[in-house]
Design a protein around this ligand. Structure first.
Ligand code: FE2
Length: 462
């Protein structure tokens, strides 16, 4: 009798656990993607602009810590000069225009020689102002524009677009144009893996040039905040290329010194109501290393009274339930996660896995070598982790999931797309993810995010 009762109890317990387990698990998007080519667009799809020595691959990023600076980067293919950017505020067309001079570098990579790569820093701009800027001369003159962010402050609304692992395929084009058709994004947070030039024999660096031309239609008009991924390493000792990140660092300039960083691979900026920290998954981050020391100091400097939203960008995700790059971010998570909980990071954006995933607010920081407590648990002080490596690059989509879906994974889907983070004030931000196949305003995943410092309530998934 006692045995039968035990059996019934065990069955009930099993049933409860099953149901409870299902309830804990998140959603795996059932959307079936049309089979689309993920091959790169041909080089002919990225023609240089017309005109002799016309500036090309124009892109901008924030140029100082608080948003009154812009770094303008471009390439002149034939000659070093002109090395000047001319700029003026909207409405000041008839006043004397201002100028900033570029620093010029070029590099060789195996048999490739780059054009002349310019980086010009413009400082002292007015907040919340539209500027025009002009590069080149003669028939190679080109004009662009950007708008500076509002002054840093706790309730300043601002909207970021987020993309990662973009590459230069037909799907990449769809992602970029889908993002651009979404009128909300004012600045791109880019989660690493840019051109995928390393897909080609000897990392054909012409593919870095084509990528620069590809993204110009967005990146020349709004800042892209750069984070380096593994496809930026371009480390190939076999052909004598022993300097990690050589093409990436020659082509992208970031304001790392403004945040007392010693490397352009990790740094921070403040923009509107957000404090954004960029980390490098592929640089040393263990105790005593420059990145570790910098991040420790950086987190203590964050002033939530001025920038309530604390956002981190890193390439390799710490929480990832796909069967791709599984646990590659684990060692960095082990080292830094307790700091993120202590400092109440709001969101962590990562790339690397070519799909989409959003986590619950969870942490896994209890473990030590004795206690065996190594399971992620709900934690109201923890960030939401978002994998946004779904830009559409040549390596294709990540379609294989670990099963069952872990309880910490709120939503995951093997589709390409981009995300939008609309910060409304110090307490609320609206986050949406947009798959490429949908009309732009349609979010496939969305959430009202509550600020961890000012309103640490639990968000409810739709
Ligand atoms: Fe990657």
């Amino acid at each position: 009798m006692a045995g039968a009762r035990s059996l019934v109890l065990a069955a009930v317990l099993f049933l409860l656990l099953s149901v409870f387990g299902l309830c804990l698990g998140g959603i795996t998007g059932k959307y079936v993607r049309p089979s689309a080519s993920t091959s790169d667009m041909p080089k002919s799809a990225f023609p240089p602009p017309p005109g002799f020595n016309a500036p090309e691959q124009v892109h901008i990023t924030q140029g100082d810590h608080d948003g009154r600076g812009v770094i303008v980067s471009w390439v002149t293919p034939a000659k070093r000069h002109p090395s000047v950017v001319t700029y003026w505020a909207e409405g000041d067309e008839h006043k004397e225009k201002q100028k900033a001079h570029s620093k010029i570098n070029s590099y060789r990579y195996f048999t490739y020689t780059s054009g002349f790569i310019h980086h010009a820093t413009i400082n002292g701009l007015e907040y919340d102002t539209k500027y025009f800027y002009e590069l080149g001369n003669g028939n190679g003159t080109r004009r662009f524009s950007f708008t500076t962010p509002p002054k840093v402050g706790p309730d300043v609304p601002y909207t970021f677009g987020i993309m990662g692992d973009l590459g230069q395929t037909f799907s990449s084009k769809q992602t970029l144009e889908h993002y651009m058709a979404n009128p909300k994004g004012q600045t791109v947070l880019f989660a690493g893996d840019l051109a995928y030039a390393d897909h080609y024999p000897n990392h054909d660096n012409v593919r870095w040039d084509t990528w620069g031309r590809f993204i110009e239609k967005s990146a020349a008009y709004q800042p892209w905040i750069w984070c380096a991924g593994n496809h930026e390493l371009d480390f190939v000792p076999r052909i004598g290329e022993n300097t990690p990140f050589k093409p990436y660092l020659n082509r992208h300039s970031v304001p790392y010194k403004a945040s007392q960083s010693t490397s352009p691979l990790w740094y921070s900026i403040r923009r509107a109501s957000a404090h954004i920290i960029v980390l490098s998954s592929y640089s040393a981050y263990g105790k005593y290393t420059p990145q570790y020391t910098w991040l420790q100091q950086e987190l203590s400097k964050v002033n939530r009274a001025e920038t309530p939203w604390l956002i981190v960008i890193v390439h390799a995700p710490w929480y990832n339930s796909y069967n791709y790059h599984y646990m590659e971010g684990e060692s960095m998570r082990v080292i830094f996660e307790s700091w993120f909980v202590q400092h109440k990071v709001d969101i962590v954006f990562a790339g690397h896995v070519h799909a989409y995933e959003r986590s619950e607010r969870i942490s896994n920081i209890k473990y030590n070598v004795i206690n065996g407590q190594s399971t992620p648990v709900k934690d109201p002080s923890a960030p939401v982790y978002i994998t946004i490596g779904d830009g559409g690059n040549v390596e294709g989509i990540a379609t294989s999931f670990t099963e069952p879906q872990p309880s910490y994974s709120a939503y995951r889907e093997a589709s390409f797309g981009h995300a939008i983070l609309e910060i409304k004030n110090r307490t609320h931000a609206h986050y949406t993810w947009h798959r490429n196949q949908d009309n732009t305003p349609v979010p496939a995943d969305s959430l009202w995010l509550y600020n961890r410092h000012y309103y640490p309530e639990e968000e409810s998934s739709p």
